[in-house]
Design a protein around this ligand. Structure first.
Ligand code: PGA
Length: 253
């Protein structure tokens, strides 16, 4: 037993209108029953955040955004700040998802600022890291993870580290149906934890490190049963309330 509370997050990406968000949550919240032992976070698109906050108000579920800008306000067309998210009751933010790194030029420098701002403002950051298939094949997985962890947590004080959630998401496993084996996921997560120990050994033991990449009801139990894997960041399978519930159930300690 690691003593860390498992956390399962639904990354809806660019899916679900306001109505679809409400339908999902009405069904999901009605079914969660005795899941207090698992922390659940829903990450809808910006347009559904308010509706999700409203629907989750009387439930233990937290709502997080999928990105934010590091500045408080300013001439940044199309962007949203931490203050704006807090203003509508959002409690966390996914940062550095590989799709944002790949398609929207998200850099480690910007991420370091975003993680620091999220912590400063009291938003729970879920920082995503992970290697590409070519990097894994070239034996560079640990070098990539080391570089991302070092750069993205550059602005984080040791006393704040325990408030960061990290998601290990090998890019080759995202949306591909190709899941990392529990051994591969656990090995990478243990490596990430060893890197965090370089910042603060106590906090490194407290940080939740999730696995993400084609997690489904059928493979959740074997992944989430591993000592080092503290939960999951779920894309495709989080769009269906029954599938997502089954994954949350599998995270119960
Ligand atoms: P997936 O996405 O579960 O659809 O592979 C995971 C993610 O991108 O966070």
């Amino acid at each position: 037993m690691s003593g860390r509370t498992p956390l399962v997050a639904a990354n809806w990406k660019m899916h679900k209108t306001v109505g679809e968000t409400e339908d999902f949550l009405d069904r999901f919240i009605g079914e969660i029953g005795d899941l207090e032992a698992v922390e659940i976070v829903i990450c809808p698109p910006y347009t559904s955040l308010s509706a999700a906050v409203e629907r989750c108000r009387r439930s233990p579920i937290r709502v997080a955004a999928q990105n934010m800008h590091e500045a408080e306000q300013g001439a940044y067309t199309g962007e949203v700040s931490a203050g704006m998210l807090l203003d509508i009751g959002v409690q966390g933010v996914v940062l550095g998802h590989s799709e944002r790194r790949q398609y929207f030029n998200e850099t480690d420098e910007a991420l370091a600022r975003k993680v620091a701002v999220a912590l400063e403002r009291g938003l729970e950051p879920i920082l995503c890291v992970g290697e590409s298939e070519a990097e894994r094949d070239a034996g560079e997985t640990e070098a990539v993870l080391r570089r991302q962890i070092e750069a993205d947590l550059d602005g984080v004080a040791a006393e704040d580290l325990a408030r960061v959630v990290i998601a290990y998401e090998p890019i080759w496993a995202i949306g591909t149906g190709r899941t990392a084996t529990p051994e591969q996921a656990e090995e990478a997560i243990a490596f990430i934890r060893s890197q965090l120990a370089g910042i603060d050994a106590g906090a490194a033991e407290a940080v939740r490190i999730l696995y993400g990449g084609s997690v489904k009801p059928g493979n959740a139990a074997e992944l989430l049963g591993r000592e080092q894997i503290d939960g999951a960041l779920v894309g495709g399978a989080s769009l269906d309330p029954a599938d997502f519930l089954a994954i949350c159930e599998a995270a119960k300690p």
